[in-house]
Ligand binder design. Structure first.
Ligand code: ATP
Ligand code: ZN
Length: 284
């Protein structure tokens, strides 16, 4: 029995999806123009599909699981489960209007023509805000719609905002924050479920490792307790004596978010020779 996973054939999510599988120790032979391939060291079959089709294939059970943007999952509204976020493909679905237009709030969208490839999510948002607008569904190049007179506003995916800027638009409202997620079919059998759990275990280990750094530093013994108290660590930091009397080497794990604050405090407490090393996998 093999678990069948659907990933994007080409586009923004393709490389990161394959990279994540590789980081999970799964080797796949990724030939160009292939429809599917198999992992050599994990019971996994990989289907390469358009991202828009992935929720349906997973709902229908043609694939057991899939990697796809949350934005697509919500838009397609298929009956699938979201098992975990994957930490890549981050973007937001936003409303944007021409830069010259004054914007005072979402009520300004009332009666406007809004172009989008996300009519389902947009309609829900407008309804929740008591707004009636004319939704024009177009499948690509949404950002040019106001410039050619097709719409007054757009609802589109944004990451840096440079595409909006180049088209004379400004982002005025974030409707959804999205990233890639792992979706699963609702009726996996026990064996498929077991394989999924094995994969999820590896994904969590990779994700945790990315959010953490291994830190090594030299601490004067006089300040050792103070320095230890600044370090969270997995259990407690490792402390080893240095060859030079009066000094110790302290090893610990730091979360990316607290990282700079803690490093500053460590320096202030007399820590020296601080080394910060990436972690490949982290299992706790
Ligand atoms: P396909 O040929 O598979 O249908 P596509 O053109 O619909 O590809 P891409 O542009 O490759 O899709 O985007 C895939 C996903 O990448 C989006 O659904 C979204 O989740 C994510 N993404 C991240 N940043 C952006 C961005 N700036 N613009 C568009 N999508 C983004
Ligand atoms: Zn698509």
């Amino acid at each position: 029995m093999k678990l069948r996973i659907a990933i994007q054939k080409s586009g923004r999510l393709h490389e990161d999806s394959i990279k994540l599988l590789k980081e999970c120790g799964i080797d796949i032979n990724n030939g160009v123009n292939k429809l599917k391939t198999e992992a050599s060291n994990f019971p996994l079959e990989v289907f390469f599909l358009r991202d828009d089709d992935i929720p349906q294939y997973v709902e229908d059970g043609v694939a057991d699981i899939g990697m796809v943007g949350e934005n697509v999952v919500l838009e397609k509204n298929r009956s699938v489960k979201v098992a975990t976020k994957l930490g890549f493909g981050k973007c937001r679905l936003s409303l944007a209007v021409p830069r010259s237009v004054e914007y005072n709030g979402v009520k300004d969208m009332d009666k406007l023509r809004i172009a989008t490839s996300y009519p389902v999510i947009l309609e829900k948002f407008l309804k929740e805000n008591g707004i009636t607008a004319d939704i024009h569904e177009i499948s690509g190049s949404v950002e040019i719609a106001p410039g050619i007179g097709l719409a007054d506003a757009i609802c589109d995916l944004v990451s840096s905002g440079s595409t909006l800027f180049m088209n004379g638009l400004k982002e005025v409202e974030v409707i959804l924050k999205s990233e890639s997620v792992l979706i699963t079919n609702n009726n996996l059998n026990a064996e498929q479920q077991q394989l999924l759990e094995k994969l999820l275990f590896r994904i969590q280990a990779v994700k945790k490792a990315k959010n953490n750094k291994y830190v090594l530093l030299n601490a004067p013994n006089d300040n050792l307790q103070k320095i230890i108290s600044l370090l969270p660590g997995m259990k407690s930091p490792t402390v080893l004596p240095l060859a030079e009397a009066g000094w110790s080497s302290v090893h610990s794990v730091l979360n990316e978010n607290d990282f700079w604050d803690i490093i500053e405090s460590l320096k202030a407490a007399g820590a020296q020779g601080i080394l910060v090393v990436p972690i490949e996998k982290m299992i706790i």
